[in-house]
Design a protein around this ligand. Structure first.
Ligand SMILES: Nc1ncnc2c1ncn2[C@@H]1O[C@H](COP(=O)(O)OP(=O)(O)OP(=O)(O)O)[C@@H](O)[C@H]1O
Ligand SMILES: [Mg+2]
Length: 150
């Protein structure tokens, strides 16, 4: 496999928990070929798994289970991973507003759960969430090039 800039790989799996591993394995294969460190790959694996788990748990609630499509796009600056489902959407702006208000709260006041999106933000360089038809989470990680070794 010889990855080149602007090429992409896409994996489409049923929105079931047991398929999330397939996505993580694919991420591992691609990110290591593209030059990410072990630590960076581990961080991305957690973030991508959180996005997939959200699609598995929340997207198709009360309806027939659909799919999750994960697209890995390589570019010179790094990798862009899009996790997409066609389930029911949610009010992301509202969740963000809630997140800001978390800062003034004691940890014990914050309910368990509801941490997946924060984790993605902490582990990736950029996170975008689009909620039109279903949900699309775009996770970006920049490649730290070591100029001295180049
Ligand atoms: N793909 C999705 N489809 C529909 N709703 C979603 C999706 N992703 C997130 N949500 C909504 O946003 C909320 C926040 O997601 P987040 O991952 O931050 O927390 P959580 O999944 O509730 O808990 P945790 O991830 O900590 O187990 C979810 O509870 C759900 O209501
Ligand atoms: Mg979650």
């Amino acid at each position: 496999m010889n990855l080149q800039e602007s090429q992409f790989v896409s994996v489409r799996v049923p929105a079931e928990a047991e398929f999330v591993d397939i996505v993580r394995l694919t991420l591992y294969g691609i990110a290591s070929k593209w030059g990410f460190s072990y630590e960076e790959i581990e961080d991305m694996k957690v973030a991508v798994a959180e996005a997939c788990n959200n699609a598995v748990l929340h997207a198709y609630e009360g309806m027939e289970k659909g799919f999750v499509e994960v697209k890995f796009e390589m570019n010179d600056g790094g990798i862009r991973i899009t996790v997409k489902d066609e389930g029911s959407s949610f009010d992301y702006a509202h969740k963000e507003a809630k997140a800001e208000s978390l800062h003034n709260k004691d940890l014990s006041e914050i309910n368990a759960g509801g941490l997946g999106i924060f984790m993605m933000q902490a582990l990736m360089d950029d996170v975008e969430v689009h909620t039109n038809a279903g949900t699309e989470v775009i996770l970006t990680k920049f490649l730290q090039r070591n100029e001295e070794l180049a």
